[in-house]
Design a protein around this ligand. Structure first.
Ligand SMILES: [Zn+2]
Length: 260
């Protein structure tokens, strides 16, 4: 039994292939996944998927920092509506990114803080993307009047940053990109973070893992069923058991049912 804590099944690159992908995920042992939206254009697709596969998909709605330049003015009330319509939905993907020079960083912070406040108000598990903006992320989290449960997806920060985030209650998800031999340092960091805060993800169709872990080729994209191979490496590395993996994922996302 595996749970993918972060993917983008609503991504247009998966158009016309979703039913087949979901069947392949189930045959690879995946019993549940969290599908993240990135902005108003994919929120309706995330919503449709969650309605069609209620025991397999937990929806998550958020405005990704890469997408904030093309959001409509009413994005925040619209996001709140989606969260109210789906009481088991998370908020995400949201976050901060200094690897990208656009959209400008002050707009990113403003949009992120609004989402954080909404998630705290509704107490929704919140999935955060962060690249090269760890200091700013810690500042936002520490200055927030209240925090929702937070997951730092595909955590690529330092051990010191991870420990500071853990003090704020953060969870961290491990993705297949860290199995690249050039990322060995990040693997070590995952073994030193609190094991009861570690989740597993693919970020599919993004973050293609190294070739050995691409067991489900799909036109150069990361197939979410690749989680099967990625999970074996993760369990070996961290000594986390499948049972613990399932319990932690269920607890964080308040998952109440699986596809069996
Ligand atoms: Zn993502």
């Amino acid at each position: 039994m595996l749970i993918d804590s972060h993917n983008h099944l609503a991504d247009p690159r998966f158009d016309g292939k979703r039913d087949r992908i979901i069947e392949e995920m189930k045959s690879a042992g995946i019993v549940h996944c969290v599908v993240n939206g990135t902005g108003p254009t994919d929120w309706p697709i995330v919503a449709d998927l969650a309605e069609k596969h209620p025991t397999f998909i937990t929806p998550s709605f958020g405005l990704h920092p890469w997408r904030i330049h093309d959001f409509p003015d009413d994005w925040l009330p619209s996001l709140a509506e989606y969260l109210q319509r789906f009481p088991r939905a998370g908020l995400g993907e949201c976050g901060l990114d200094r690897w990208m020079t656009e959209p400008n960083f002050s707009s990113q912070i403003e949009v992120f803080e609004k989402q954080l406040a909404l998630a705290a108000k509704l107490n929704r598990p919140t999935t955060i993307h962060c690249l090269k903006a760890w200091g700013a992320l810690l500042d936002c989290l520490r200055s927030a009047p209240a925090l929702p449960p937070i997951l730092i997806h595909s955590f690529g920060g330092s051990l010191e940053t991870g420990r500071e985030l853990a003090k704020l209650g953060a969870y961290f998800s491990f993705s297949g990109v860290f199995l690249d031999e050039r990322k060995a340092k990040q693997l070590d960091i995952f073994t030193l973070l609190p094991a009861d805060r570690l989740l597993l993800e693919t970020d599919a169709p993004n973050m293609l893992p190294p070739a050995d872990y691409q067991k489900y080729p799909i036109e150069g994209l990361n197939h979410p069923a690749n989680l099967q191979g990625i999970s074996r490496a993760f369990f070996n590395l961290t000594q986390i058991t499948i049972d613990q993996h399932v319990k932690r994922s269920v607890k964080f996302f308040k998952i109440d049912d699986f596809s069996r």
